[in-house]
Write a protein that binds this ligand. Structure first.
Ligand SMILES: [Zn+2]
Length: 412
C-alpha cells in the first residue's frame, strides 16, 4: 500500500491563503490604478473624479470589494475623498476619489554641470519642496559635490517629514552613463567623474536612492503631458543626452547605455570632445559650444543668448543667430540618423533647447526633411518639452511615486 501523495491540509490552506493574498494585492493595484489613471487622463475641468461605484464599473470588481480596498488606500494615505457630489440618478451622493496631496512623496535629485537640485513631488503631481543651486561642476570632486547635494536633500527631506509627509525614496539624475543593473556611474565626461557608486557620498542613510541618467528621467517627465507613446527626448545642456520612450516606457536595452546622441559624429575632423573623440554633436550643439560660437562666455546665462536672438539687428545678433543655426543643422543631421535607424517619429527638444526651440526647430526640421528616408510619407514632428526647467528632477520624483502606486500593498 502506498502512502497518499497529497499535501497535508495545512499546506493546502497555506497555498490557498497565499493565492487569496496575491489576489487581494492585485485587486488593490487595480483599484489604485483606476483612481490614478482617471486623475491623469485629460478631460474637461468640471469632470468629477471616480466614486467607489465608478471604480467598481471600471475594474469589474464588486462594489463591496472596491469599498474595502478603497478603505485600505485611504488608510495608507495614497488616496483622498473629496466632498460628496449629488448623485446623477436617485441614490446616495457620490464621493469622488483622487490621489492624496502632501502625504507620500518622491524626491528627485540631480547633479549637472552647472547646477544641483532637489525637488519633492506628491502623489497629485504637485511640487511640495524644491532647492536648486547653481555652480560650476566641470572636473569636480564627486565626493564633495555629492555631499553638498546630500546636505541640501537632507534639509529638504527633514522639512517635508516635519510637515507630516512620508518620503518613499529618491532618484539621482546624473549626466553620464549609469549602469541600470548596478546603479554605478561609469563615466560623466563633463563632470570629469568615472567609475563610482554615487549613493554613499550623499550620506542619506536609509533613504532608498536609485541612480539614473539625467536625459532618461527628463524624458519620463514628459509623459505627464500629451506626448505620443513613443518619442525621442533630446536633453540639451553642456552635454546632450537622449531618452528613448517606447509605448510609454523607457527603452534601456541591456544596461541603459543608449541614447548618447551627444556623441554622434557630426564631423570626424571636428573639434575634440570631452569623450576623447572628434566632432561629436556636443561640440556644435552643446550649450557651451553654442554660447562660445555666439561670442559669449561659455558660462554666460542662457538669457543673454536669447536676448541677442531677439535683438533687431547688429553684428552680435547675427553671430548669435549663426551659432544657433549651426547647432540646429548639427542636431538635425544627428537626429536624422536616429530617426532613420529607429523610425520614432516624434522628437522632443528639452533642456536649454526648450528655450531655443523657435530658432532651432526650422533648422532641425529641414535636416530631418532632407535626410530621413520616410519623411515624405510621414514628416517627423519636432516639439518643445513641456515639463519645465530641470525636468530630470520631476521625472525622478515621478518614477519613485509610480512605483508606490504600482505596489500600494507595501504602503497599506
Ligand atoms: Zn563626444
Amino acid at each position: 500500500m502506498t502512502e497518499p501523495t497529497t499535501r497535508s491540509p495545512g499546506a493546502a490552506d497555506d497555498a490557498s491563503a497565499s493565492r487569496q493574498h496575491t489576489l487581494r494585492e492585485r485587486n488593490l493595484r487595480l483599484v489604485a490604478r483606476a483612481i490614478y489613471d482617471a486623475a491623469a487622463a485629460p478631460g474637461p475641468p468640471d469632470l468629477v473624479p471616480p466614486s467607489r461605484a465608478d471604480v467598481a464599473t471600471a475594474t469589474g470588481l464588486t462594489r463591496a470589494t472596491v469599498s474595502t480596498l478603497v478603505d485600505r488606500l485611504l488608510a495608507a494615505r495614497l488616496v483622498t475623498e473629496l466632498a460628496p457630489v449629488p448623485a446623477q440618478r436617485a441614490g446616495r451622493p457620490a464621493v469622488p476619489l483622487v490621489p492624496a496631496r502632501r502625504t507620500v512623496v518622491g524626491v528627485g535629485l540631480e547633479v549637472n554641470v552647472d547646477y544641483l537640485g532637489v525637488r519633492v513631488l506628491d502623489l497629485a503631481g504637485d511640487v511640495v519642496a524644491e532647492r536648486v543651486e547653481t555652480g560650476s561642476f566641470h572636473d569636480s570632486d564627486p565626493a564633495a559635490v555629492l555631499a553638498r547635494l546630500g546636505a541640501l536633500a537632507s534639509d529638504v527631506v527633514a522639512g517635508v517629514r516635519a510637515d507630516g509627509m512620508q518620503v518613499a525614496g529618491a532618484r539621482l539624475a546624473l549626466p553620464g552613463l549609469v549602469d541600470a543593473r548596478t546603479g554605478e556611474l561609469e563615466v560623466a565626461p563633463n563632470l570629469g567623474w568615472s567609475s563610482l557608486d554615487p549613493v554613499p557620498p550623499l550620506g542619506l542613510g536609509e533613504l532608498p536612492v536609485v541612480v539614473a541618467n539625467e536625459a532618461k528621467l527628463a524624458a519620463l517627465a514628459e509623459l505627464a503631458g500629451d506626448v505620443p507613446p513613443s518619442f525621442l527626448y533630446v536633453s540639451g545642456d553642456v552635454g546632450i543626452g537622449g531618452g528613448i520612450v517606447v509605448d510609454g516606457a523607457l527603452f534601456l536595452a541591456e544596461r541603459g547605455w543608449n541614447g548618447e546622441i551627444g556623441h554622434v559624429v557630426v564631423d570626424p575632423a571636428g573639434p575634440r570632445c570631452t569623450c576623447g573623440a572628434h566632432g561629436c554633436l556636443e561640440q556644435y550643439a552643446g550649450k557651451e559650444a553654442i554660447l562660445r560660437a555666439a561670442g559669449l562666455a561659455a558660462d554666460a546665462p542662457l538669457d543673454s543668448l536669447v536676448a541677442l536672438l531677439r535683438a533687431d539687428g547688429g553684428a552680435p545678433a547675427g553671430q548669435a543667430r549663426a551659432a544657433v543655426v549651426r547647432a540646429g543643422q548639427a542636431l538635425g543631421s544627428a537626429l536624422a540618423d536616429f530617426v532613420n535607424l529607429t523610425g520614432v517619429s516624434t522628437v522632443v527638444l528639452g533642456g536649454v533647447y526648450t528655450d531655443l526651440e523657435e530658432w532651432l526647430r526650422p533648422e532641425v526640421e529641414a535636416g530631418l526633411a532632407d535626410r530621413v528616408l520616410a519623411a515624405p510619407f510621414a514628416p517627423v514632428v519636432v516639439r518643445a518639452a513641456v515639463a519645465g526647467e530641470h525636468a530630470a528632477l520631476t521625472g525622478g520624483a515621478r518614477e519613485v511615486l509610480r512605483e508606490v502606486v504600482a505596489d500600494p500593498a507595501a504602503w497599506g
